[in-house]
Design a protein around this ligand. Sequence first.
Ligand SMILES: *Cc1c(COP(=O)(O)O)cnc(C)c1O
Length: 389
Amino acid sequence: MENADRIKNLPPYLFAEIDKMISKAKEKGVDVISFGIGDPDQPTHQNIVNKMIEAVQRPSTHSYPSYQGLFEYRKAIADWYRKKYQVELNPDQEVVSLIGSKEGIAHLPFCYINPGDKALIPDPGYPVYKTSILLAGGEAVTVPLLADNNFLPNLDKIDPAIAREAKLFFVNYPNNPTGAVAGDEFYKELIDFARQYQIIIAHDSAYSEIGLDGYDPPSFMQYPGAKEVGIEFNSLSKPFNMTGWRIGWAVGNEDVIESLGRIKTNIDSGIFEAVQYAGIEALTNSTNNIQQVRSLYTRRRDLLVEGLQQLGWTIKKNKASFYLWAQVPEGFTSADFSKQVFQQTGIFFTPGNGYGKEGEGYVRIALTVPENRIIEALQRLKESDIVFS
Ligand SMILES: *Cc1c(COP(=O)(O)O)cnc(C)c1O
């Protein structure tokens, strides 16, 4: 059976491949410690689970949900933005529910990209930005995130001819995979850039709640002009350990939200309402949950980074997200290093080049591993003959 061109050119989803490799090793009896996939290992908080149980008992939640999402859910999102960022959003026109933010990210290019159109994506970056642009028939132009610019896109270095042609620009802070953060100055420049070149900004805020050491990441929406030029994606997945529930949102520019909603009404039928009630609970009774999650990742990060530094690694603590972005030792490619570590120790680090060409020379280490396993991993690395210099 002959695949359509759009799928022929699609690389296999990075993590699907990794899953396969890890399962194979496990079948052979390897005690794998995977720092690979960014999926919280902790259960969803009990108050949220209880709300779900309550909601699922009500037959009214069993029908097709509304396309936009329950008004109460959209209102909970608007209230969250008001309380947290002092941003006003109209729940009817400026908020749309998503079946996880990945769903919205993957559909957005279909709203704005005609075949051959350009869109800007960060390199390294979350793989969905690129593939969704390709699926829409567009061309993804990479903007490098480099260590010497703190893994922020250098807007001055983007070719103005390309900027003028580009329709969309995906931006993601706190950043996956680098763990980098963005501040006021960057967002202000980004909004000016978007205005100058008439580019829609799609800000992916999936890690907004995972600020460490007391750092609270800003929202793109809190900057003047953001609503004119773009939208922000966010999700309950990472802060509330709800990756399996599939619930997220997009907020911001009314026209963009309307277009995204229009595509969705033709493809999906919204989020199970019981899940939306659980989402409302997460958004309205969240302070303790988030505090717990932040201290958990801080403890793990400190344990791992300090342990790796003692082994001679050059590695810095991340300020947000649950990712460490570590340079591989000299003489290794990302893939060689990841493979060698895996074969010798059963520890998996994701090769950075999987996130784009500029990820070469790095591995991504997800802090989604309990402390006793981090200690075990450090011990295995110490006993291996892998040298960091
Ligand atoms: C995890 C992740 C998402 C998607 O999360 P959903 O579960 O689909 O809401 C989006 N963007 C980035 C950068 C992520 O790491």
